[in-house]
Design a binder for this molecule. Structure first.
Ligand code: PDD
Length: 280
């Protein structure tokens, strides 16, 4: 495997970042995960726009011209022979002697990696669906920034694993579901309406989420952007999560309660299928 690190393509096993990189010391950096499907980088413009927003919010400069980054991403995909899989891009504020305040001069550090993922794995998982647990929100209130500070997400997803589930949903003080540790959360009501939390309220604006709005429109499905409670999720007709790695993945159990008959529903399956016709 080959990785891109600060201007060089290097063997993945030798790829390294300096010990005083601020990403390492302070999680002072941002990232993107893009899906590669049939050799195409999906939703690139949206991912780059979100990266731009994350960088701006943290006042980190672009490590290179946007079009150069696209070339690097394509090159890493090609060099790793990835037809289906993921590209990971990380930009940190760079290397400086440890000090909380921004250093006067740093050069942003950039890492791009890619890996193959067998699409049959996700397809098989979508046939059975996944289980989620719910946990009180424990993250900071700027989760709209795709920062590499992911410790609460790590702990939540580990708790999910230990409970025999695959994702953890963060719940706000009002009892409404926010999003998963690495995905957005959705339900489908009894009358077939898609419900997901507004992106302005304490969640990451998922690229897959945005694309699914277009997919839903094509399929003639109604979407309501509003909060939903854990109880509403348990009583829903269907539930699912969305992310670059899962697309639309059926949720069949919330905190041990089955959704409907405990099997993936038809609406999420059709969204999943239609996704690849809409995304580019
Ligand atoms: N996670 N919410 C959170 C907290 C996420 O970490 C992610 C993505 C999403 C979905 O965003 P998108 O549809 O753009 O992937 C929502 C990525 C996949 C990750 O950290 O691996």
């Amino acid at each position: 495997r080959i990785a891109y690190v600060n201007g060089r393509y290097v063997p993945h096993r030798d790829a390294a970042i300096h010990i005083e990189d601020r990403g390492y010391q302070f999680a002072d950096g941002v990232y993107e995960v893009c899906e590669v499907a049939r050799g195409n980088l999906m939703d690139m413009t949206r991912h780059l726009d979100r990266l731009d927003r994350s960088l701006r919010e943290l006042r980190i400069g672009w490590p290179m011209h946007r079009s150069a980054l696209v070339m690097v991403m394509r090159e890493v995909v090609t060099r790793n022979g990835v037809t289906n899989g993921l590209v990971y891009v990380q930009v940190t504020r760079g290397v400086a002697s440890r000090d909380f305040v921004f250093p006067d001069k740093t050069v942003p550090a950039v890492v791009v990696t890619a890996k193959k993922v067998d699409p049959a794995l996700a397809a098989r998982r979508a046939e059975t669906g996944i289980k989620v647990i719910t946990l009180p929100e424990s993250r900071w209130d700027r989760v709209d920034i795709k920062s590499v500070g992911l410790l609460p997400n790590v702990l939540a997803k580990q708790a999910a694993k230990e409970a025999g589930a695959q994702e953890a949903w963060f719940v706000d003080a009002e009892g409404n579901v926010k999003e998963g540790g690495s995905s957005n959360a959705w339900i489908i009501t009894k009358d077939g309406c898609l419900v997901t939390r507004p992106a302005e309220h304490g969640i990451l604006r998922g690229i897959t989420r945005t694309t699914l709005f277009e997919v839903a429109a094509k399929l003639g499905l109604k979407i309501e952007e509003r909060g939903f409670s854990v109880d509403e999720a348990k009583a829903a007709r269907e539930a699912f999560i969305s992310s670059a790695t899962t697309i639309a993945m059926p949720v069949v159990e919330v905190d041990g309660s089955p959704i409907a008959n405990g099997h993936p529903g038809s609406v999420v399956q059709s969204l999943r299928q239609a996704f690849f016709d809409v995304a580019e």
